[in-house]
Design a protein around this ligand. Structure first.
Ligand code: F0G
Length: 349
């Protein structure tokens, strides 16, 4: 039985016998072949489906370690800023640990499902008039001045947990992929994967390290532009971030791996979102589709040689944002409870 990340990767994480393990049995997510994407790129493309984690996003990998370490240090409360997924995950792990969780989110800019998660798990939710970057500045200040542990990805325990996704991929493929694509927001995850791949390579588990390809939304692309974006804007609210905390780590990952960090438009994100849902059977959130939008863009630009193994992380579950799914699909047809009417509506009769 899978026992969660800390037990499965104990010797490669900053935990000891005295660490109280707080787990929801996160990790062990599918590495799903994506034939449609393989056909479009001439490569062997897989999705690392992180929406299959307990709270529906990759944040659980970091949160199991961050909350366990916070407990070990005697913390009674955690705090985070969030575009939604971090708060959902922090709320669930805090509930499991029996400690208080405070979350700061930008008013009106987080998906409905994520809001529901923070509330149902009993977090103290503050909606802030400002964007994610303002929320993170506030949360960091509170963690300095009051007895609460910050569990954003500036907390190194978060990245330690998140690096395990790379370990799982190397285990599943028998080696590292040639290219790894992922969405970039606060830039913690790309940094964590790069750390994981480097460790696996150093340990002799992989013969190579992948080129790291990160993708920001074009209205929230500070790393691509080389400047802070004061008012980030994108339909992909998960990655609506103008001043990423792990900026330098992400550019290091890009440069050391021979990769790239580029921007994708909201239109391309939406197209990839639909393609994943309709042709791969993967319902992911908009922010997650940025990795696939980026892969297709890089292919169109001639940057992808055929025959390579490529993994795209799809970071969160589509059900977190049902409003988007419904508003972008054709309206359903309403019929009386009558077989002929049903047959006609389905173009069968
Ligand atoms: N995809 C999803 C679904 C996310 O929720 C996030 C970040 C990212 C990608 C980007 O990852 O920040 O490590 O570069 N969400 C954070 C949050 C900011 O508050 O939930 P990153």
């Amino acid at each position: 039985m899978w026992r969660g990340l800390i037990e499965e990767f104990r010797d490669r994480l900053p935990v000891g016998a005295q660490t109280p393990v707080v787990t929801l049995h996160e990790g062990n997510t599918p590495l799903l072949p994506a034939p449609e994407l393989s056909a479009r790129t001439g490569c062997d493309v897989y999705l690392k489906v992180e929406g299959a984690n307990p709270t529906g996003s990759f944040k659980d990998r970091g949160m199991t370690v961050a909350v366990s370490k916070a407990l070990e240090e005697g913390s009674k409360a955690i705090i985070c800023a969030s575009t939604g997924n971090t708060s959902a995950s922090a709320a669930a792990y805090a509930a499991r640990a029996g400690i208080t969780c405070a979350v700061l989110v930008p008013t009106g800019k987080i998906a409905l499902g994520k809001l529901a998660q923070a509330l149902v798990h009993g977090a103290r939710l503050l909606q802030v008039s400002g964007n994610f970057d303002d929320c993170l500045a506030l949360a960091s200040k509170l963690a300095l001045d009051y007895p609460v542990s910050l569990v954003n990805s500036v907390n190194p325990d978060r990245l330690q947990g998140q690096k395990t996704a790379a370990f799982e991929i190397v285990q599943a493929l028998g080696d590292a992929p040639h290219i790894h694509c992922l969405p970039v927001g606060n830039a913690g995850n790309i940094s964590a994967y790069w750390m994981g791949y480097q460790e696996d390579h150093a340990a002799g588990n992989a013969t190579r390290k992948p080129r790291m390809f990160g993708f920001q939304a074009s209205g929230a692309a500070p790393i691509v532009n080389g400047a802070v974006v004061r008012e980030p804007s994108t339909i992909a609210t998960a990655i609506r971030i103008g001043n990423p905390a792990s900026w330098t780590k992400a550019t290091d990952a890009r440069d050391e791996s021979g990769g790239l960090i580029d921007a994708v438009t909201d239109r391309d994100i939406l197209q990839a979102y639909r393609l994943l849902a309709r042709s791969v059977g993967a319902f992911v959130e908009l922010g997650s589709a940025a990795s696939v939008a980026g892969l297709l863009q890089a292919t169109a630009q001639g940057r992808i040689d055929p025959g390579q193994t490529i993994v795209c992380t799809v970071t969160g579950h589509g059900l977190k944002d049902p409003e988007w799914a419904i508003s972008t699909a054709p309206a359903p047809t309403t019929i009386p409870a009558d077989p002929l009417a049903a047959a006609k509506a389905l173009d069968l009769a």
